[in-house]
Write a new protein. Structure first.
Lengths: 288, 308
């Protein structure tokens, strides 16, 4: 009997993640909007401080499933901090303290029984600068998350590597040189490789921290196309400085300023018809 | 005075002291170059002396035979060469794991206070005269067991070796940008896997350099060996007995009143330097310049021409 790669992964996940789901009663979230689909991530009263200094304060958001949510705002407003709470990256930062809840599929990510390592396997992350593992080949980079987590079957690995590279629109460019070192690729290719690497662990949520900010316009266009394709399968949250990019790729946009979520709504509303003056000034380029 | 006039004044001032700045530049350049020359002279002359004197005595017999009667000019230093390789091997078995692991601990696991403390003790240990480690091994191993033995020598040398390796491993790991750690954690990898599979492999260049520095350092140590493995004229006969090593031979021969013995000492010095150079270069080549493949198996296959 043959098992497809996905079956194996699902089996892996079910084995490892204890199924102690609690059914939280749906709370009314202040900045809710017309619900036109399922919500994947619920953020409730979230605050983060570094060494006692508040970086974000009391954020509440409902992030829709299989859609792109963009976080915009001037530098230092807490966009990246907010993004990194979702896969508990702050666990690695000294002095960072997170309060509040992030609920993914009914489970609070910050519950004491949740293992952050297992949680991160459900959430992919792409960083600001392309960071392929420097000593690994292209193939090894994409397979890293699975191989180093104990998946040994070469057939399954090959299938997933090919699938992930295709999803990241990199397959055609690298299919003949998978054994080449990853750092030999161009910046834009490296970033799509990092997307493929994040997709290979079959996440449900994809976090992207200014994924195109270090790239030239053509490479960022490719990344944007990739994002638009990916949202058919994933819940994507993207931090960006580029408002045009937010407008092009996202369905929802959250505008943050000085650690507060000023306005969170449909992208069109935020850009064309914002409710707050601050938002309107920012999206029209009057500050920031 | 208007701003633009003031600016013109600044500009003129800058032009005026141009000549002075050029002269300063020249002087600094000359000082730097002469310092380099001064630093190279002793190194170059020692190397030249060792090669000039040593090359005369080296022959097939010198490299493969046991020593003959002192000062007769017969025989060779084969047992010392064997002893040096054995000592490097035994010391590495103890010193490399302890050094690399404590370097990893300080860089990746220790909080800053514990890390600082360990680093401080490491630095202090690096400054210790090596004979102190020899006395330590003599008191706690040689005297307790009642005989000179190789493990006592290896323990003494590994105490010299591991602080060097720990420090260089720590520095090599700290050079790796945090973004690779984060990428590893974002893939849901446990910390141990991130450290071993991603960080160690990215830092291996620096770690290998540290290990080779430490090997070079211990291969030339004499004082701890006098107190632990003593020296002998025969082949290796197990770890529970005395043994010779190149630095011991060089030291002993150079004290003898016979010209032939001193020449043997020069030869032994050249052999020791050559061994270290060859070891250093081949380890570097094997670990750093292989393409593709991962782990020691891939490395082995590549050398032997096999396909993985």
């Amino acid at each position: 009997m043959e098992m497809s790669a996905l079956d194996v992964l699902n089996a892996m996940k079910n084995d490892e993640q204890p199924s102690t789901k609690r059914n939280e009663p749906e709370k009314e979230i202040p900045n809710d909007m017309t619900n036109d689909g399922k919500y994947k991530v619920l953020i409730e009263n979230l605050a983060v401080s570094y060494n006692g200094k508040k970086a974000i304060k009391d954020i509440n958001m409902k992030i829709p499933d299989k859609a792109v949510t963009a976080l915009i705002g001037p530098s230092g407003c807490g966009k990246t901090t907010l993004l990194r709470t979702i896969n508990r990256m702050h666990d690695l930062t000294k002095g960072a303290e997170v309060t509040g809840k992030i609920i993914i599929d009914g489970e609070n990510v910050y519950d004491s029984h949740i293992n952050p390592i297992l949680q991160r396997r459900k959430i992919g992350m792409v960083f600001q600068k392309p960071n392929p593992f420097p000593t690994m080949s292209i193939w090894d980079n994409v397979a890293a998350g699975l191989k180093l987590n104990g998946v040994k079957d070469k057939g399954i690995l090959n299938e997933i590597v090919e699938d992930s590279l295709k999803m990241a629109y990199l397959w055609d460019e690298v299919k003949d040189e998978l054994k080449k070192p990853a750092v030999a690729l161009s910046g834009g290719q490296q970033q799509r490789l990092c997307i493929a690497r994040a997709l290979a662990i079959q996440p449900e949520v994809l976090l992207m921290d200014e994924p195109a900010s270090a790239l030239d316009p053509i490479a960022s266009q490719k990344i944007e196309q990739t994002i638009i394709e990916l949202k058919k399968h994933y819940t994507i949250i993207i931090v960006t400085h580029n408002m045009q990019q937010a407008l092009r790729v996202s369905d929802r946009t959250g505008f943050m300023y000085l650690g507060d979520m000023i306005e969170y709504d449909k992208t069109e509303t935020v850009f064309k018809n914002p409710k707050k003056e601050l938002t309107s000034n920012y999206v029209q380029g009057r500050f920031g | 005075m208007s701003n633009s006039e003031r600016r013109l004044e600044f500009r003129n001032y800058f032009q005026d002291n141009l000549g002075k700045r050029m002269v300063t530049d020249k002087i600094v350049k000359i000082i730097v170059i002469s310092c380099v020359v001064i630093a190279i002279i002793p190194l170059g002359s020692i190397l030249a002396d060792v090669v000039r004197m040593g090359i005369e005595i080296i022959s097939f017999e010198f490299l493969t035979a046991l020593p003959g009667a002192a000062g007769s000019g017969d025989g060779g230093i084969a047992n010392s060469i064997q002893g040096t390789f054995i000592m490097i091997g035994m010391t590495s078995v103890i010193g490399i794991p302890i050094g690399v692991l404590s370097g990893i601990y300080v860089s990746e696991y220790a909080n800053s206070r514990v890390g600082k403390m360990i680093r401080f003790f490491n630095d202090v240990m690096m400054q210790f005269p090596s004979i102190v480690f020899g006395i330590f091994a003599f008191l706690f191993i040689v005297l307790v067991l009642g005989k000179f033995n190789l493990w006592a020598g290896a323990v003494a040398l590994s105490l010299i070796m591991f602080p060097i390796i720990a420090r260089t491993t720590e520095e090599a790991l700290k050079l790796i940008p945090d973004t690779y750690r984060e990428a590893g954690h974002a893939l849901g990898l446990p910390k141990a896997v991130v450290t071993v599979k991603i960080l160690l492999s990215a830092a291996k260049g620096g770690i290998i350099t540290g290990i080779m520095l430490a090997v070079a350092r211990i291969a030339g140590e004499t004082a701890p060996l006098i107190m632990t493995i003593l020296g002998s004229k025969g082949w290796f006969r197990g770890t529970e007995t005395a043994m010779d090593a190149l630095p011991l031979t060089i030291w002993r021969l150079s004290l003898l009143p016979y010209d032939e013995a001193v020449m043997f000492g020069w030869g032994a010095a050249l052999v020791l330097i050559t061994i270290l150079l060859a070891l250093n270069m081949s380890v570097r080549y094997l670990v750093l310049h292989r393409k593709g493949g991962s782990g020691s198996l891939g490395m082995f296959m590549r050398i032997t021409g096999g396909k993985k």
